[in-house]
Design a protein around this ligand. Structure first.
Ligand code: SF4
Ligand code: SF4
Length: 134
């Protein structure tokens, strides 16, 4: 075996794992069980890794400043934004959004933004956490 490879192998023996033990150091039997334990103060969550600058995560929407111009709907390539004509506001379906940022650039009132929130998994695409209305 070439010497650099032996050196690398020996080095690996003394390195800590690069994986981030998130959300807990030991894999819990169920995530919901873990979250219930956290709620009761019986367990704590390990912080996630720091997100990179300008990460494109879950959409945020400022309903108050929205003027209902629907420009965001016209530019959205994923058809992830729905007009609410009765209120002249919009609704964003996070499960459909591809985080392209087009709507954030076109919005004349800057009421749309891509946040750093990236933990958006759900079994239900219409889960209230994945439908942004305010
Ligand atoms: S970021 Fe892109 S895909 Fe997501 S809602 Fe805005 S325009 Fe649509
Ligand atoms: S572009 Fe902005 S102001 Fe216009 S409807 Fe969309 S969110 Fe509202």
């Amino acid at each position: 075996m070439p010497f650099p490879m032996v050196q690398e192998l020996l080095g690996q023996l003394f390195k800590k794992p690069n994986t981030n033990p998130f959300p807990a150091a030991q894999l819990p039997p169920t995530i919901t069980g873990l979250l219930e334990q956290v709620g009761r103060g019986e367990a704590t969550l390990n912080p996630s890794v720091p997100v990179p600058a300008k990460l494109r995560g879950k959409m945020t929407y400022n309903r108050e400043t929205c003027i209902g111009c629907n420009l965001c709907i016209r530019v959205c390539p994923a058809h992830a934004i729905e007009a609410l004509p009765a209120t002249k506001k919009v609704r964003i379906f996070v499960s459909q959004c591809i985080q392209c940022g087009q709507c954030t650039e076109i919005c004349p009132k800057q009421c749309l933004a891509l946040s750093e929130q990236f933990l958006n998994a759900s079994h239900d695409r219409y889960d209230t956490s994945l439908v942004v209305e305010d």
